[in-house]
Write a protein that binds this ligand. Structure first.
Ligand SMILES: [Zn+2]
Ligand SMILES: [Zn+2]
Length: 290
């Protein structure tokens, strides 16, 4: 079921962003077109039962819950959403992407294995995605983006179902326990400023050590610091001088609303620029190299 109020809430937050930052208008227009599609495509997981022993065993091994489930006949709602995939390709084609048209044709011609491609996207297997893109003569970034958005509603439905039952307290990894993506933001939450990481692909949140780099697990205090903008002290960039990775951090009392994470990400784009200017980046790596 589509939560109309949720979409409205996100769209008003996006609109408020463009009032202050006219530069965001194109990105916001894109989100506004995409959001209703993504919400409508979230599979209903009625009847999903969680096997706690299965979940605990998987998490103890550092394997995100959705990994290995995608497209499995017994896994409710994980079949590739062909309608969403085609719509995303059509929108990108209308936006001027020749690659999107080629991608759609490859699928219709039976050349693109969508289930396998989405599985590669789920596991952040960029070499495999790049190889697929190359073999189809489409832009790797376009393939990655269409695959990511096609997967996203499944990841959101599962995150919602899992986080009702599990708190991921013991997880302790830098990547998401539900879908395996790297977080887009960190929170220093509550009076005790506990650190939580938040996944932009599924909305999950999980506790993480304050003095540890989420990308390389470095705990050497001398190599961990932060950058900030003196005009916005509740927001900062945590950086690691060992791997040169960074994560944006927001001080908050309550958990950030999962539906608004993309808005917070946009709103804090100045911090990405500060980090890049100082030579830090969001490393691209596979959580569990194959
Ligand atoms: Zn996730
Ligand atoms: Zn690091």
């Amino acid at each position: 079921m589509i939560a109309v109020q949720t979409i409205d809430r996100v769209i008003s937050a996006l609109d408020a962003l463009t009032d202050d930052n006219p530069d965001f208008e194109r990105t916001v227009d894109f989100y506004e077109e995409l959001l209703p599609l993504l919400y409508a495509a979230r599979p209903a997981l009625d009847g999903l039962t969680l096997n706690r022993d299965w979940a605990k065993a998987k998490l103890a091994e550092g394997v995100p819950l959705l990994w290995g489930e995608f497209g499995r006949p017994a896994a409710l709602g994980t079949e590739p959403n062909i309608e969403l995939f085609m719509t995303l390709c059509r929108l990108a084609t209308e936006g001027g992407s020749d690659s999107a048209d080629a991608l759609m044709r490859a699928f219709l011609g039976g050349i693109l294995d969508l289930k396998l491609t989405l599985t590669h996207a789920l596991c952040l297997d960029r070499p495999a995605l790049t190889e697929t893109a190359r073999s189809l003569a489409v832009e790797p970034a376009l393939l990655e983006s269409v695959a990511r958005y096609t997967l996203s509603p499944i990841a959101w439905s599962y995150r919602y179902a899992f986080s009702q039952a599990l708190d991921f307290k013991e997880w302790g990894r830098g990547y998401c326990p539900v879908c395996g993506d790297w977080p887009i933001l960190a929170e220093l939450r509550g009076r005790d400023k506990l650190r939580y990481l938040r996944c932009g692909r599924c909305g999950a949140g999980w506790k993480f050590n304050r003095l540890q780099c989420l990308w390389c697990d470095n705990t050497n205090k001398k190599e961990l610091s932060f950058l900030f903008d003196p005009t916005a002290v509740a927001r900062r960039v945590d950086v690691c001088d060992y791997c040169r990775g960074y994560i944006k951090t927001i001080t908050t009392f309550d958990p950030l609303d999962a539906e608004l994470l993309a808005v917070y990400d946009l709103e804090t784009m100045a911090l990405d620029h500060i980090a890049a200017h100082e030579g830090y980046q969001r490393p691209f790596k596979q959580p569990l190299p194959q």
